[in-house]
Design a protein around this ligand. Structure first.
Ligand SMILES: Cc1cc2nc3c(=O)[nH]c(=O)nc-3n(C[C@H](O)[C@H](O)[C@H](O)COP(=O)(O)OP(=O)(O)OC[C@H]3O[C@@H](n4cnc5c(N)ncnc54)[C@H](O)[C@@H]3O)c2cc1C
Length: 398
């Protein structure tokens, strides 16, 4: 087990081996992925945690560009300085409907995983409240005492902020668990090929034989883009099926024959209406394990930032990290859409096409960020085929 404090250096990672102190922390943050690191940065930026002792723990340091995060927001966010690319225009494509949208005042932003990890480490390493521990976390507990067990050793704290999903939840009637899985290639071309001012949010002009399937395209320059083949289905495909899907999209839909693959990404995100517990005693769940992944879209980054901000506000105001549950209306909408996608009563391709064809794009984005008013919700929901949605809504709750 390794205790590393202020020790991260990506060109020459130095980890000091030290005896593990049995000490008390104010907070332990388990998992140094998106949620754990975001929470730490939000704490630091509040300027209120200088007198605390906070332990960040993960199995291993983050030194790979293992994912890219996309999300949309109107203003500059906490991680504005590391936004790699952003777009004010988005394409939506389906067979019968396609359109380039201006999404202003929103901007669709992309952050590279490695930039996020490096940035967070650089901020955390300069802050006296934080220590970093690498080791496999075997358990977290909160009864009389609260803490974690890392490779056989117990470390105590007042609160644990946990982003580790230790086991697959068991689902009850009416709870769905689809997988959003995707394979991406970064491709480079010799000739100018891409309009780097416009990203493609969803392109449904591909076969739907496995279920809801689309590609998206994030152009970094006229000669470089990230292309992703994405599916919302109960199970994964074989490796060669993703590759074939990407090849087909690039060559037969985008009509690009001459390209080099310079990077690869693969990911799986749960799409579920399972209600992840927000907390158990003094364990506060964060990130995907804390229900911050939107069930019907898989988007998580934006919600993690909102959640981190709310936790920090609560800690600074009350000294406690308990926040009121978010409105359940969006959970209901997600459940209905998941019911439809799981039972295949309407093709996802048709639902998303109608959504983008019949509504103002800004309203759709506001709705998908769980920020819409009831009036906006009604306008959006009434644009969708009434009967299948009504049936799904009723079936969801009987
Ligand atoms: C490839 C990929 C691309 C994605 N793209 C987007 C996107 O564009 N937009 C978006 O909004 N969302 C996206 N997501 C979804 C979501 O934002 C990410 O999954 C995000 O990383 C979730 O944050 P998290 O902190 O909950 O989990 P993670 O970032 O996975 O962090 C969990 C951490 O816990 C650690 N850990 C796990 N088990 C243990 C253990 N036993 N002991 C010690 N440490 C442990 C892991 O090492 C990891 O660092 C993407 C997901 C993936 C996989």
């Amino acid at each position: 087990m390794i205790l590393a404090r202020y020790l991260r250096n990506f060109t020459n990672t130095k980890l000091f081996h030290q005896p593990m102190p049995q000490k008390q922390y104010d907070y332990i943050i388990t998992g140094m992925g998106c949620a754990g690191l975001s929470l730490a940065v939000h704490m630091i930026q509040s300027g209120k945690f200088g007198d605390k002792k906070i332990l960040l723990a993960d199995e291993a340091p983050k030194d790979k560009n293992d994912r890219t995060w996309c999300f949309w927001e109107k203003d500059a966010g906490t991680f504005e300085s590391i936004v790699y690319r952003q777009w004010e225009h988005l394409w939506f494509y389906s067979d019968d409907f396609y359109k380039e949208f201006s999404i202003q005042p929103y901007r669709y932003k992309m952050i590279r995983g490695i930039d996020f990890y490096n940035y967070c480490y650089s901020v955390i390493e300069q802050h006296p409240a934080f220590e970093i521990l690498y080791g496999k976390i075997e358990n977290i507990f909160s009864a009389k005492e609260t803490g974690i067990i890392v490779e056989g050793r117990t470390i105590y704290s007042q609160y644990v902020f946990n982003s580790i999903l230790f086991e697959m939840p068991s689902l009850k009637k009416g709870e769905h668990w689809l997988l959003q899985h995707f394979k991406g290639w970064t491709i480079k071309t010799e000739e100018k090929t891409f309009d780097h001012h416009v990203a493609t949010l969803m392109d449904f002009r591909i076969a739907q034989q496995h279920g809801t399937s689309f590609c998206y395209l994030l152009p970094f320059s006229a000669t470089e883009a990230l292309v992703e083949y994405t599916l919302f289905t109960p199970s994964l495909l074989k490796e060669q099926e993703y590759e074939a899907g990407l090849k087909n999209y690039i060559e037969n839909i985008l009509h690009i024959d001459d390209y080099t693959i310079t990077g690869k990404e693969f990911g799986v995100i749960p799409m579920t209406n399972y209600r992840f517990p927000t907390h158990q005693a003094n364990i506060i769940n964060i990130g995907t394990a804390g229900g911050q992944t939107k069930g019907s879209s898989g988007y998580t980054f934006f919600f993690i930032q909102q959640h981190s901000k709310a936790l920090v506000d609560s800690l600074t105001r009350t000294g406690k990290p308990f926040i009121t549950n978010p409105s359940s209306k969006f959970h209901f909408y997600d459940s209905v859409l998941l019911h439809i996608l799981t039972n295949n009563t309407l093709p996802g391709k048709d639902i998303f096409s109608t959504l983008f064809e019949k509504n103002k794009v800004q309203n759709v984005l506001t709705f998908l960020n769980n920020e819409s008013s009831l009036l906006q919700d009604i306008q959006i929901i009434s644009s969708l085929p009434t009967l299948p949605f009504l049936k799904a809504a009723v079936k969801q709750y009987i």
